[in-house]
Design a binder for this molecule. Structure first.
Ligand code: ADP
Ligand code: ZN
Length: 620
């Protein structure tokens, strides 16, 4: 057995490496540099933790892990301690004495992995420490976690990451492994350049997360739809719901609490201590729904998040994938659910138009938004589209809304042309543009006050689309906006208010000439399809779904015992054991310590520390 493999079994209690983990660990143990692209939940941590342990055993000293997540370092280090690995962190939460103690242990070779924030790494004091270690061959490797933070193309740009190029220059020969879940070409090239990883080997995993079910519904009343989704499919489960604005976060969290959901808010505008407290509760308690802006989530490694919801559309597919990827890290069934509507398109378009960025940058943003809109409008497999975006071919998945119940499709070419020509005629007749409601009124032949006031009932397209429902026209407009056939023009009123009017854009000509057929999903807003629940509300965990009654009781007892241990150690419960590990124990049930050996997640240290207790709980 290779040293890497025995560390995997011994420290972490896992039988086998997953995907490219083995190749990556071998490469880094041998002293190579690596750039690792793996989806969230793919198992990046082991890619540097296993080499760190093996290289320490070989006498190479300490591994330095650069991580932007000060708020999570305590738990990350705690998880390693539980596995019997000597680890520590240095950040601003430590007192002077504590920091001195860590420095002392560092110098005497007592630490296998040291977590630091990038701003700490760049201080003269810390570089001095590293210099000292380096001179005696005491630096085993550098791991740069969340490496996309180095790029302004990524969504979490951290200027301090730029200074990490110092590692290569100052500590030549020490292997470096950079890891990220952000995969697009632009960011990838940027990471390589900024961190000088030109000669690093690139490891790209499949980005598929087969246990996540993707669903995108048409937005009617997002709050009510979300509530129904939670009540029907995820009562009592932990989840994250993303909103665009802080205000919306607070409103939605309050509404959910009012409806009996255990929800908490999180956004960058909350005081630091409230944020930390809410994050801790989310990680430590069961079944909390975090309502958050994108400020929440990076580095959150809670494995049993059962759903991620979006009540507002993210900016691009990278963001969507990263956020939804936080569901189901434990590999058990999980949901990614999004409500999406015309306003999302309008808002996102406007934010890009109004941003102070240069035209080239805006064009890139629009391209990325369009790809996401394409996904939302898709009538075929969502996963195929998502993976194609990351350059990965695949076949229909059977685990997304479109695969499970293929949407009815209608040919909207005629409706699209009529809408475009109404937009054109209104503008020609009145010299100004109008909003979506008015355009639809004209086409549907509604004699509103406004229609009569402007004489738009005399336009040749008035009433030409009487056979279309408003919902249908709305989805056509959404698609036309999404594909760039229709643009938005902002009109400022003297009162200071503004509204958006529609205008024809470059893509309209091809549609008007009938060159591009417009295929749309039948609007489901009127009659939401009832979806069958996968498991009755209130089940313990998908991990325990197949346990018989006795085993369920053991599982519940084990969970109660785990909660106690976690509280004593000041750590989240999943750091002690995952649900899946408890379920495997409950199923057996074990009578001797030997029976416990080989259960996934039961490393040597945990067996020693908890084995007797686990047997006792099972015997109850
Ligand atoms: P990432 O950092 O890529 O999002 P993690 O490193 O947090 O992912 O790993 C995700 C989950 O998968 C963790 O709970 C981890 O314990 C588990 N895991 C990783 N590698 C393996 C493996 N080889 N066998 C079993 N479980 C694994
Ligand atoms: Zn599918």
């Amino acid at each position: 057995m290779s040293p890497a493999h025995s560390v995997l079994q011994d420290a972490f209690g896992y039988e086998q490496f997953r995907g490219p983990q083995e190749a990556i660990t071998q490469h880094v143990i041998a002293g190579g540099d690596a750039l690792v692209l793996m989806p969230t939940g793919g198992g990046k941590s082991l890619c540097y933790q296993v080499p760190a342990i093996v290289r320490q055993q070989q006498g190479h000293g300490v591994a330095i892990v650069v991580s932007p997540l000060i708020a999570l370092m305590h738990d990350q280090v705690g998880a390693l301690h539980e596995a019997g690995v000597s680890a520590a962190f240095l950040n601003s939460t430590l007192s002077f004495d504590e920091a001195m103690d860590v420095e002392r242990r560092l110098q005497t070779g007592g630490i296998t992995l040291l977590y630091v924030a990038p701003e700490r790494l760049n201080t003269p004091r810390f570089l001095g420490l590293l210099d000292g270690l380096y001179q005696h061959g005491g630096l085993s490797l550098f791991a740069i976690d969340e490496a996309h933070c180095v790029s302004q193309w990524g969504h979490d740009f951290r200027p301090e990451y730029r200074a990490l190029s110092v590692l290569h220059e100052r500590y030549a020969g020490v292997p470096r492994i950079a890891l990220t879940a952000t995969a697009d070409e632009l960011t990838r090239a940027d990471i390589v350049e900024r961190l000088q990883l030109e000669s690093a080997r690139l490891f790209i995993s499949s980005f598929d997360r087969p246990n996540i079910r993707y669903t995108i519904v048409e937005k009617k009343d997002a709050t009510a739809q979300l509530l129904r989704f939670i009540e029907r499919e995820h009562a009592g489960d932990a989840g994250v719901v993303y909103c665009q604005s802080r205000k919306r976060v607070e409103e939605l969290a309050a509404t959910l609490v009012g409806a009996g959901v255990n929800a908490l808010p999180y956004h960058a505008g909350l005081p630091q201590d409230v944020r930390q407290q809410n994050q801790d509760r989310f990680l430590r308690e069961e079944g909390i729904v975090m309502v958050a802006t994108i400020a929440f989530g990076m580095g959150i490694d809670k494995p049993d998040v059962r759903f991620v919801g979006h009540v507002d559309m993210p900016k691009n597919i990278e963001g969507y994938y990263q956020e939804t990827g936080r569901a189901g890290r434990d590999g058990l069934a999980a949901d990614a659910w999004m409500a999406y509507g015309l306003n999302d398109v309008v808002n996102q378009r406007r934010m890009i138009d109004e941003s102070p960025a240069g035209e080239e940058f805006k064009a890139a943003l629009r391209g990325k938004l369009d790809a996401l809109l394409g996904l939302a409008e898709a009538t075929d497999c969502r996963r195929v589209r998502l993976l194609a975006y990351f350059g990965e071919p695949s076949t229909p998945c059977g685990n997304c809304d479109n695969c499970i119940s293929p949407p009815a499709v209608w040919d909207a070419t005629d409706a699209a042309r009529k809408l475009l020509s109404t937009i054109y005629r209104v503008h020609a007749a009145s010299g100004i543009g109008f909003g979506t409601g008015h355009i639809m009124d004209i086409l549907r032949g509604k004699k509103t006050e406004k229609v009569e006031q402007f004489g738009h009932d005399r336009l040749s397209t008035f009433g030409l689309g009487a056979e279309f429902s408003e919902a249908q026209l709305r989805s056509v407009l959404r698609q036309l906006l999404a594909t760039g056939a229709v643009g938005l023009h902002k009109v400022m009123l003297e009162s200071g208010h503004s509204f958006d009017t529609l205008c024809l854009a470059d893509g309209s000509r091809a549609v008007l000439r009938g060159e591009v057929p417009v295929q749309l999903r039948e609007s489901t807003a009127a009659a939401p399809r009832e979806r069958k629940r996968r498991s009755p509300a209130g089940t313990l965990s998908p991990a325990a779904a197949n346990l018989d009654q006795d085993a369920q009781v053991r599982f519940i007892n084990l969970k109660a015992w785990r909660a106690e241990v976690a509280r004593e150690h000041g750590l989240p419960a999943y750091v002690i054991f995952h649900d899946a590990t408890l379920a495997a124990i409950a199923q057996q049930p074990p009578r001797t310590l030997d029976d416990l050996q080989g259960i996934s997640g039961m490393g040597a240290k945990k067996l020693e520390a908890y084995g007797a207790d686990v047997l006792r709980v099972c015997a109850q």
